[in-house]
Write a protein that binds this ligand. Structure first.
Ligand code: UDP
Ligand code: MG
Length: 328
């Protein structure tokens, strides 16, 4: 068997020191059940708790399956996964969150599905253990994602997913800075499938997404997938203009019929209308701004992340030198 891993598990880590020891051991048990060479690629996204030490130790162990990549600061979950993809060598790549909300025990099932011939395998969280607000936001996101990618998947938010290597290579070829990996993948995938997986509530720590990061993610998602809102702006703007023109004529006629007394009272209607239009304009400008901001970022072409250090798993190097496989 070749020393090259067949399955790579890519895991972004941001201040997950409490969950990591359990994750590493459960991952090992679960992946060893597969009769395949595997590696775990952990990407530390600028953690400030003990995560870095735990990952260094795991990667430095003899016969370790772990590679640890350290980014110099926090770049966000999707950028971190991209950094992991760049280093991962497997023909099948699986992404997993580090917080144990998605059990690593599901990995063999995802891999099996890919081996049946799928390009991308998503997962649906049954009994999802998140707040009502998060679930509603996800519904909205899923609806947009389905429309934009033209691929019907039910749960774009769950990062327990598996990809065939060519899809990952295609994604790495996309240089936009605001990426949303599940949608990007589906733009290149021909055959996709979904399986149901368990979902647990976070046992330690809090979600690493605050409201602001979530809003940012929603806009990333919208702007990476479609420019339709820009066209809608024109359409909606046009409709508003036509309606207000008609309304103005209507008011003028009423003024002629009922006299100026009536018109003075009608001034409030005008104010309401004015505020509505000002609001609509600000919203439209904001949306245009979101696109322009992203164009600006892409034009500057700064690196999406900066890798500070990589600790490669030891057994691959040793196995390559010895010329034998690194099975388990
Ligand atoms: N994460 C990351 N960088 C960030 C935010 C999150 O690498 O800036 C990682 C985090 O450690 C976890 C995964 O992305 O492994 C999902 O984050 P989280 O569980 O906070 O998201 P949620 O489950 O609330 O969607
Ligand atoms: Mg989570």
């Amino acid at each position: 068997m070749t020393p090259r891993p067949e399955v790579s598990i890519v895991i972004p880590v941001y201040n997950e020191a409490q969950a990591l020891p359990e994750l590493i051991s459960r991952l090992k048990t679960s992946c060893n059940l597969m009769e395949l060479n595997w590696e775990a690629v952990f990407v530390d996204d600028g953690s400030s708790d003990g995560s870095r030490d735990i990952l260094s130790a795991a990667a430095s162990e003899p016969n370790s399956h772990t590679t640890a990549i350290f980014l110099n600061r926090n770049y966000g979950q999707h950028a971190a996964i991209m950094a992991g993809f760049e280093q991962a060598a497997g023909d099948i790549m699986v992404t997993l969150d580090a917080d144990l909300q998605n059990p690593p025990e599901e990995i063999p099932r995802l891999v099996e599905k890919i081996r049946e011939g799928c390009d991308v395998v998503g997962s649906i969280r049954v009994h999802r253990q998140d707040s009502f607000f998060r679930k509603m936001a996800s519904r909205f996101v899923n609806a947009i994602a389905r429309k934009a990618s033209g691929v019907v998947m039910h749960d774009y938010g769950c990062m327990l997913r598996a990809y065939r290597k060519p899809i990952v290579i295609a994604m790495l070829g996309c240089h936009e800075r605001s990426t949303f990996i599940p949608i990007l993948a589906n733009m290149f995938a021909h055959r996709t499938a979904e399986i149901e997986v368990q979902h647990n509530s976070r046992s330690d720590g809090d979600s690493k997404y605050n409201l602001w990061k979530l809003i940012n993610l929603q806009f990333d998602l919208l702007t990476t997938t479609t420019t339709l809102p820009l066209r809608l702006l024109t359409v909606v703007g046009g409709l508003i203009s036509v309606t207000s023109l008609l309304f103005a004529i209507f008011l003028l006629v009423l003024r002629l019929v009922y006299g100026s007394q009536w018109a003075a009272e009608g001034i409030f209607t005008l104010f309401a209308l004015l505020f509505f239009m000002v609001g609509a304009q600000f919203m439209a400008m904001g949306l245009v701004g979101e696109y322009i901001g992203r164009i600006y970022n892409d034009v500057r072409a700064r690196p999406r992340y900066f890798v500070e250090k990589i600790i490669k798993k030891k057994n691959t190097e040793m196995a390559m030198k010895a010329g034998k496989g690194d099975k388990k």
